[in-house]
Each structure stands twice: as C-alpha cells, then as structure tokens.
Design a protein. Structure first.
Length: 361
C-alpha cells in the first residue's frame, strides 16, 4: 500500500519563485511559478458565477459516480473506458482544478484513488501507457502532467520518485528536431504529443524536478517551426496546414516555456478567436489548450474567451438520472466519450479558481 500523501501545499495566495531562465535567444523569458506575474486570483476579472459553480460541482459528482473501485474511470454504461490512463489523468486534473487534493476537499477520496491507480500503472523504467495502442507517449504525457501538478501542490515523496522517472523518459524520447511522437523513440515528432511533453516538463520543473535547459530550448525551436506565416496558425508538423487544436497546442507550449510575449503567440491567439466553432472536430481537445493559452494572454482576450466557452458549455450541459451534469459528444464528435468531455469542460469552467499552477503565468 502506498503511504498517505502529505499536505504541504495550501491553496492560498501563490508565492512567486523564479525557477530558471530560458536563454535560447533574446525572446526567451524566465519561467516563473504561479503568482509571479499580475495573473492571480485577486486581479483576474473573470470570476465563477453561482450558476457556473453549480455546474462545476454537479459535473464533478458525475465524474465521481463513474470512478471504478481501482481508481480508474468507467464509461457511461459501466464498462471500462477505451483509454483508462488518459481519461483518469484528465479526470484527476478536473478535480484538482476545483481545489481537491488527496484526502482534501469534497472529492479528495476520488483524487486519492485516481493517483493510486496511475502510480500503480507506471513500470520500473517510468513508462505509463498502453504499449499496443500506438499512442504510448500521449498517455505518458497527460499522466505526467496530472501527477506533476499534484506533486507541485503536495510535495509528496512517493510522487517525486515516480515523476522523476517519468520525466527522464520524456527527456530521453525527444527527437533531433526538438519534438516528440507517439512512441518513446526519437525518430519523428508532431505538435500534439510535443505539447504534452512540454507541459509535463513545466509542471515537473515547477515542483523542483530538474529539466535540462537544452530540452526546453530544442522544444521551443520545434514548435516555432510549425508556425504558418500565411494565416498565423500552426500545423501538426512543420510545413503542414494550420488547425484550431494544433494552434492551441502550439501557443500553449510556447507560453509554458516562458514565451508569453512571442509574436507567434499573439498571432496564434487571434487565429483561435476567429475559429471558435463548437461542434467541430477536436473542439474539446483544442479547448483543453486554448483556454489556458488565452487565460495567460489575459485581459479582454481571456474575458471574451471564457464568456464564450462558458455560455456554450452551460447551454449544452445535460443531466443524468441522478441529477448530475455532464457533456455528451454533441460539441465534438471526436470525443471518446462523456467522461472525457466532462473532465475537460469542468476543468475549463473551473480555471478562474486559480488552483492549477499550470493555468497561470
């Protein structure tokens, strides 16, 4: 049995701590922990209103009702979800976004079970995922992000030991271009897996785990090569056409590496705002990155984005037979199911709570 989690972090005002400078070129900036910029829960004009808070609470109850005894998540009819590791990681982040930690908060028990499940799936080399799925590093990346965020809030030694191994896998899997692909081998790369790797590295570094500066620098170089001058968006790989989810992933990657004021970030933000289309393929996945990216830009950009997405989500939310809120595939036919959609959308609605360190500059 794993030891109980420590409770070193209390979610009050964040403390500004510089954790390292990125000196790739003149545009590189320092990466700071939450609270180090003007972005804080006190000065963000966007607030969670009572109606939205009710939806968040109800959707978390829905997620809790779908959790299996082993800590993973089940589908709508009680069957195991198709991607249990990824779905568990997304659900874990939704609970954290609303202030729940292992044993703390209304859903602290659910968080504890989810963490134990993910930790039990990590092998001796630090890998987690389905080797036969062809998307090994996708699962590894999202699980590393969820556990990295939790480690940053608890400082738990068990998490550190596992997370350090997971981060070493990510570092060793980076290819010569600076990106990552679906398997832990350094042959080629794409923006969707690269963003997961970069965000996981940032989460780990925020918590004090060492990340080589060259790894960050090379990742930034790869992401910037995916930029398209003609429309201001980003492609799946260098030289490919732009898309909503690809652009969201790219500018969020640059931001978590400290390039908040990079002109390509501003360009990508405008691209996203002009292509906010509920119901289109990858809407859910794209907003998982677009929302925090627009949040980091702040001001009217963030206020307008949150207003639009929260309006759409509250219009489309459904209620199950227990009275709990959830989202189906109506907003995005590519979603693997309601548990995934509910986890991502709950996370987005809860962003103004400012609990997750990654959702801040």
């Amino acid at each position: 049995m794993l030891p109980p989690f420590s409770n070193l972090f209390k979610q009050t005002a964040s403390v500004a701590i510089i954790i390292g400078a990125l000196s790739v070129s003149s545009i590189r900036a320092e990466v700071l922990l939450p609270g180090s910029s003007a972005k804080s829960r006190l000065d963000d004009p966007v607030k969670v209103d009572p109606a939205t808070e009710k939806v968040i609470r109800s959707s978390l109850a829905y997620l809790a009702s779908k959790q299996a005894p082993n800590g993973a998540w089940l589908g709508e009819s009680g069957e195991e979800v198709r991607y249990p590791i990824a779905i568990t990681a997304y659900s874990l982040m939704a609970f954290q976004a609303a202030g729940n930690l292992p044993g703390e908060g209304e859903f602290g028990k659910n968080v504890n079970l989810a963490v134990r499940y993910l930790l039990s799936e990590i092998d001796d080399q630090g890998l987690i995922g389905d080797e036969n799925s062809g998307q090994y590093m996708y699962f590894h990346g999202i699980a590393s992000i969820a556990l990295g965020e939790l480690f940053g809030q608890t400082g738990d030694d068990t998490l550190r030991t596992k997370l350090e191994k997971m981060i070493k896998v990510i570092i060793s899997s980076q290819n010569s271009q600076g990106g990552w692909r679906y398997k832990p081998i350094s042959h080629d790369a794409d923006i969707s897996v690269t963003v997961l790797a970069v965000v996981a590295l940032r989460a780990a570094k925020n918590g004090g785990i060492a990340v080589p500066q060259k790894t960050i620098n090379d990742a930034v170089d790869y992401v910037r090569k995916c930029f398209n001058e003609r429309d201001g968006g980003f492609g799946y790989q260098p030289g490919q056409g732009s898309g909503f989810a690809r652009t969201a992933a790219a500018i969020y990657s640059l931001q978590v590496c400290g390039l908040y004021d990079d002109p390509k970030v501003a360009s990508g933000s405008k691209y996203l705002s002009s292509r906010f289309k509920p119901g289109e393929r990858w809407f859910t996945y794209g907003n998982f990155y677009a929302a925090p990216a627009q949040y980091m830009i702040g001001g009217k950009t963030w206020s307008d984005w949150y207003s639009n997405v929260s309006r759409v989500l509250k219009e489309k939310v459904r209620t199950d037979d227990k009275g709990n809120n959830f989202w189906e595939r109506e907003l995005d036919g590519s979603s693997p199911g309601p548990v995934y959609s509910t986890a991502v959308y709950t996370m987005i609605l809860a962003m103004p709570y400012h609990y997750l360190p990654l959702y801040q500059r």
